[in-house]
Ligand binder design. Structure first.
Ligand code: LLP
Length: 417
């Protein structure tokens, strides 16, 4: 359920037309469906109801406080990669003890804050980081709960920028190093091994790479148990893809494959899904400013741009673009481009559409890694975000004003003559 559907000639989010949202809140605007977010999360929860589990939503996918709070209310845990994300979880009412902390470059200050708050677990990505954490924990008189992020050297078959489980990627440690780190952690009073972790990439469209990495994790899990290092949880990361243009496995199929491989093991399964919870629950609503047909290409210049939604420019990602109110007329092939001064500033290329100036377009599947990756490039203020809940529209992120752009900047003092 994406939460978006054509109804009597116009695109709706739940019970509200996108046209009404554009009239009230302007464009560009991110529009999210609460129901759609909830349904995706509940799909994870119900598929795992017969085994101990913790679904740690990956905050990086969409870190808006309202999104976090909707998920926290359903019992979600969180996967954070910075103290900024951690503080967002706290501000949104999330539980620290259901929060795991991933990322290759946690600073001692970030570690200290996470220990003070009492997070569930640090996902350790290198020996140097583990030693730094031990030092911080020791200075606080604590024992830091850790998982080692294992890099299983599995090809997830995804875009090279979002593939993380190959040995040439910067993430995690190889099995041999993991084994050594677990033994060292077990011997340290400042560290407490509680789990094992991996995350092999994002937008993965096959179940096989997940199974291959799970098998690798299970082998080490069992081996460590044999040595008396009893881990409580197994964290398989996030990464399940969604259907932008190609079919993706359903949440249910993915989890049933994982469960089969976990068989009777009683350990808790931890997951870190981001995209599969929020991607299809959001669109970027944008307006056609100008049509610029030419002999070479037809350009539709819209008010949304690569600073608002970077995925097409950065990864050549394809996201469907739908007219909010489809019109009759000649279908042409359009490049949907933004006002930014870069040839890479496009939201979609070669789209068959009937367009007029002033038309509203919805870039679909924009709920994940959309607003979260937005920038101010070309001095464009960040756009508004709204969440629809049945017939109600809530502003969950105000459109920035122009002076927000330079609020933190300072002029130099006058030079002495
Ligand atoms: N856990 C860790 C440690 C991660 O690094 C990530 C994503 C996730 C979980 C969540 O993965 P997901 O379920 O969302 O695939 N900006 C890119 C995606 C980057 C993903 C980075 N890590 C995009 O727009 O496609």
């Amino acid at each position: 359920m994406s939460g978006f559907a054509q109804r009597s000639g116009s695109l709706f989010c739940e019970g509200v037309s996108l046209e009404a949202i554009a009239n009230e809140h302007g464009t560009p605007t991110y529009v999210y469906s609460r129901q759609s977010i909830e349904q995706a999360f509940l799909a994870y929860q119900s598929a795992l109801s017969d085994r101990p589990h913790l679904i740690c939503y990956a905050v990086k996918a969409n870190s808006n406080l309202a999104v976090l709070s909707v998920l926290a209310k359903l019992g979600a845990g969180f996967d954070v990669v910075s103290v900024g994300e951690l503080e967002r979880v706290v501000a949104a009412g999330g539980d620290a003890d259901k929060t795991v902390f991933s990322g290759v470059g946690k600073t001692p200050q970030e570690m200290q804050r996470a220990l003070e708050i009492g997070i569930r677990c640090f996902n350790i990505e290198s020996e140097a980081e583990m030693m730094a954490l031990a030092a911080v924990a020791e200075s606080l008189g604590q024992s830091a709960p850790i998982s080692i992020r294992v890099n299983p050297d599995v090809d997830a078959g995804t875009h090279p920028y979002i593939s993380t489980g190959l040995k040439e990627n910067k993430f995690g440690v190889d099995i041999e190093t993991a084994r050594r780190l677990y033994r060292a952690a077990q011997a340290s009073s400042a560290l407490m091994p509680v789990g094992i972790d991996c995350h092999i990439g994002s937008q993965i469209l096959e179940v096989a790479p997940f199974i291959a990495s799970l098998e690798c994790l299970l082998q080490l899990f069992d081996e460590l148990a044999g040595e008396g290092i009893e881990l409580k949880h197994l964290d398989i990361g996030g990464g399940l893809g969604v259907s932008y243009d190609e079919p993706a496995p359903s949440i249910e199929d993915y989890l049933s494959a994982l469960s089969t491989h976990l068989d009777a093991r009683g350990c808790e399964l931890v997951l870190e899904p981001g995209r599969s919870i929020v991607a299809l629950a959001g669109v970027l609503l944008t307006k056609v400013l100008y049509l610029k047909p030419s002999t070479a290409r037809n350009f539709a210049i819209v008010d949304g741009a690569m600073n608002d939604l970077l995925r097409p420019a950065l990864y050549s990602a394809w996201q469907d673009i739908q007219p909010v109110t489809p019109r009759q007329g000649e279908v042409l092939t359009w490049d949907i481009v933004g006002p930014i001064c870069e040839t890479g500033d496009f939201l979609g290329k070669d789209r068959q559409l009937t367009l007029s100036e002033g038309d509203l377009l919805a870039v679909m599947g924009a709920g994940a890694y959309g607003f979260a990756m937005a920038s101010h490039y070309n001095s464009r203020p960040k756009v508004a975000e709204v969440m629809v809940d049945h017939d109600a529209v809530h502003v969950i992120g105000e459109r920035e004003a122009l002076n927000d752009l330079w609020q933190r900047e300072r002029l130099l003092p006058e030079r002495d003559a």
